[in-house]
Design a protein around this ligand. Structure first.
Ligand code: LER
Ligand code: MN
Length: 269
């Protein structure tokens, strides 16, 4: 398993659980601590020199672990299940561009907040729109050798796909080019047991976000990380553990705390 952290590219939307700041200083510090990758949360994939970002990342010996898309939802209100067809089309267009960018490092593209909310609609209706939009992305994914990463989120952030079982049922309809993104913070809220949920998700897990039960960095809450990593290994997961937590008490301490907690586990287990 490898270590990564989510960095947000500049934008207006508030999203607190990411690294922000001078990119090269952060990459240098991550490389020193033994991180392997960086996950970029990108508000607008059309307004970005991704080749330059990718070169800068590689210059520090790091890979792009995943591309996350929540800022396109928060900043522009784009969602794959929006009631307005034009907004859904725009969201699909953004996703196709993220997929193209992700092809450089064969990283996955996150379907987190950008799936949208059910609002007043029935589960069936919102779910059908989600499956339709995901299926429209099958072709770009296959062409670029990229997976989508469907992330169950806790009930306070969305009312559409909160649990592992719901994500697995969507994946059952789309095909396994859609993988499951297991976020330890969200699953600690929604699942009876975070650890058993890993076994339930099994080989569908394509990416992991790590944060404590209180959304602080690993080691500052009550999750048993040895058990978490052991269960992930047991289901054959060999990908990234990507920090998506409040950068407290400071960004650097959060990165160090996470590396101190997880690095010994991923290298010894
Ligand atoms: C949001 O809470 C989250 O976990 C993100 O990964 C979703 O885009
Ligand atoms: Mn997450």
């Amino acid at each position: 398993m490898k270590l990564s952290a989510v960095y947000a590219l500049p934008g207006r939307a508030r999203f607190e659980y990411v690294l922000r700041g001078e990119l090269e200083e952060i990459l240098e510090f991550m490389a020193e601590l033994g991180y392997d990758g960086v996950e970029y949360n990108i508000p607008d994939p059309f307004k970005l020199d991704f080749d330059r970002l990718s070169d800068t990342t590689e210059a520090y010996g790091l890979r792009v672990s995943a591309i996350s898309t929540g800022l396109a939802y928060l900043e522009y209100g784009l969602s794959l299940t929006h009631p307005d067809r034009d907004v859904r089309d725009k969201a699909v267009e953004f996703m196709a561009k993220y997929i193209e960018l992700a092809s450089a490092h064969k990283s996955g593209v996150v379907v987190g907040l950008i799936r949208g909310k059910r609002g007043g609609r029935s589960v069936e209706e919102a779910r059908r729109l989600l499956v339709d939009s995901l299926k429209r992305l099958r072709d770009p994914c296959e062409r670029h050798g990229v997976n989508l990463l469907l992330e169950p989120l806790n009930r306070y952030e969305t009312d559409l796909v909160n649990k592992v079982s719901e994500a697995l049922s969507i994946i059952g309809e789309t095909g396994d080019w859609v993988k499951l993104l297991f976020d330890t913070f969200h699953m600690g809220i929604e699942e009876r047991s975070l650890y058993d949920a890993i076994l339930h998700a099994g080989p569908s897990i394509g990416h992991v976000h790590v944060a404590e039960n209180n959304r602080l960095p690993p080691g500052m809450g009550s999750i048993d990380w040895e058990k978490t990593v052991f269960r992930l290994l047991r289901v054959g997961y060999r990908g990234y553990l990507s920090l998506e937590a409040m950068p407290e008490p400071s960004l650097k301490e959060a990165l160090k705390q996470t590396a101190d907690t997880l690095k010994p586990l991923v290298t010894s287990l």
